[in-house]
Write a protein that binds this ligand. Structure first.
Ligand code: FAD
Ligand code: AMP
Length: 475
């Protein structure tokens, strides 16, 4: 095969694109992957938003800030005091950068071992499954493949009245790279990104004001979970305003004056930095040449069917640039599905059981239907909940906050949803996902032996609670 001819070309090396490329290569397909992302050092960096300015760096800073928060807020109960703890933001951000570099470099190594040809530059899909690559060095070349997979990801939504300058008005990348703790941080949007990044800087000492247009807090989560989380965030000093829509942000005297309106009228709050975290939009600019036949919906997302096929022979699209939740693991699984379909195998993504996690303190995680969704859909259901406050391990580690709630079908007992807020629930949710994928019942979880003492016993007890037979609480 000529150097510019491949079985598969993937445009974008975020988690959707690079995982897809690896699976294609594993299945014996000659694979190329094009990516345009430049890291902080101005050099090409694989891994997309997730590895460079998303999932991984946010979790690195969440961990650093959690250590500091525990040191200043929670160590005294253990009889530990530390004199005058200090934060060196440069070291903290430097550690985050190192983790990012290790992982983005790791993707490069995986490309090498899987014999995937990387191209650094911008890919543009042309008619007839050709892809024009405009290299970082100004070069242009045209590649060809039987199959092209678009995995161009997403970018932060910019508000017209609060344009990013990344000095005062910042996006996720800016909030992951501050060189000092701002005295006052404003956050527009109480979604996952706003809450996680707001938490990072709150724990390090910033006064954080979160302004959210919707009246309900974390409306996509189960109401019991959202209520507990809201109470805990308030205790931590996150000043969250709901039903409050921002309409103006002006830079005045080295600060940002933010105007928002709620049921009581118009208010202004002055902050040193303003993080705009009002969601992300699919990125497809400059991606599609004339006459490709690939359609883009009104929200800028590439249109696909349930198998991520665009309707054009050999053209697929996966990850944040298509419908569905903007989550790395959703894109990864779509990448695997498409690779397997191209290789003539079966491929499927179960969109009903995609776990969602918010890595705040306490963590929040869920999969499947909320109680409200069951009500709206007229599904008969029963629920069981168990608090971390009644779990030995949670108390032993001073983390007795939160609960696990299981929703099961009232007649068949099949698990419909698992909802959690509390310690390590980002890990515990996997049990709920496995149970749901195996079409398990609450009785199945209730009969499985969970090690003692572990946090996972809260899942066990919640399953027992569905039939009012929890052991360590009154039913
Ligand atoms: P991306 O990761 O956006 O990658 C797309 C890549 O394609 C980029 O490198 C881009 O430069 C490149 N590209 C675009 N157009 C072209 C072109 N024409 N030619 C060549 N290259 C192109 N998700 C989770 O599941 N868990 C989390 O904890 C989590 N935390 C997050 C925290 C933050 C702060 C943010 C911002 C996001 C977070 N996300 C998280 C979301 C997650 O990052 C995205 O869902 C995920 O990165 C989407 O993967 P993707 O491959 O579709 O796109
Ligand atoms: P997510 O899409 O989960 O990242 O969340 C973004 C949040 O930002 C949503 O809950 C929106 O309601 C909120 N939002 C969008 N625009 C505004 C605005 N102008 N003022 C306040 N909140 C907003």
């Amino acid at each position: 095969m000529a150097d510019n001819k491949f079985d598969v070309i993937v445009i974008g090396a975020g988690p959707a694109g690079y995982v897809c490329a690896i699976r294609c290569a594993q299945l014996g397909l000659k694979t190329a992957c094009i990516d345009a992302f430049k890291g902080k050092d101005g050099k090409q960096a694989l891994g997309g938003t997730c590895l460079n300015v998303g999932c991984i760096p946010s979790k690195a800073l969440l961990d650093s800030s959690k250590q500091f928060w525990n040191l200043t807020q929670h160590f005294d109960v253990h009889g530990i005091t530390a004199k005058d703890p200090k934060i060196d933001v440069k070291t903290m951000v430097g550690r985050k950068d190192k983790v990012v570099k290790q992982l983005t470099g790791g993707v490069g190594m995986l490309f090498k071992t899987n014999k995937i040809t990387p191209f650094f530059g911008t890919g543009k899909l042309l008619k007839g499954n050709q892809v024009e690559v405009s290299g970082f060095d100004g070069s242009k070349q045209t590649l060809e493949a039987a199959n092209v997979i678009i995995a161009s990801g997403s970018v932060p939504i910019e508000l017209p009245f609060a344009k990013f300058d990344n000095k005062y008005i910042i996006d996720n990348a800016g909030a992951l790279d501050l060189d000092a703790v701002p005295k006052r941080l404003g956050v527009i949007g109480a979604g996952v990104i706003g809450l996680e990044l707001g938490s990072v800087w709150r724990r390090l000492g910033a006064e954080v004001t979160v302004i959210e247009a919707l009246p309900d807090f974390l409306g996509m989560a189960d109401a019991d979970i959202a209520k507990t989380a809201a109470r805990e965030f308030k205790k931590q000093g996150l000043d969250i305003h709901l039903g409050a829509k921002v309409s103006k942000a002006e830079i005045k005297k080295g600060a940002v004056e933010v105007t928002y309106a709620d049921k009581d009228g118009e208010h202004t709050v002055t902050v040193d930095k303003l993080l705009v975290a009002v969601g992300r939009r699919a990125f497809t600019e400059g991606l599609l040449g004339d006459g490709t036949g690939v359609k883009v919906d009104p929200r800028g997302r590439v249109e696909v069917d349930e198998h991520c096929w665009t309707g054009v022979d050999g053209v697929w699209a996966i990850g944040d640039c298509v419908r569905g939740p903007m989550l790395a693991h959703k894109g990864e699984e779509e990448g695997v599905m498409v690779a397997e379909l191209i290789a003539g195998r079966a491929g499927h993504v179960d969109y009903d059981v995609i776990p969602s996690v918010v890595y705040t303190e306490p963590e929040i995680a869920w999969a499947g239907k909320t109680e409200q969704q069951c009500k709206d859909e007229g599904i008969p259901y029963k629920t069981g909940s168990f608090p971390f406050a009644a779990n030995g391990r949670a108390l032993a580690i001073n983390e007795g906050v939160g609960l696990v709630k299981i929703i099961a079908h009232a007649e068949t007992d099949r698990i419909l949803g698992v909802h959690m807020v509390g310690p390590e629930v980002s890990e515990l949710i996997a049990e709920g996902v496995v149970a749901m994928e195996f079409k398990g019942s609450s009785e199945d979880l209730a009969r499985i032996i969970h090690a003692h003492p572990t946090l996972s016993e809260v899942v066990h007890e919640a399953a027992l609670a569905v039939d009012k037979r929890s052991i360590h609480k009154a039913n």
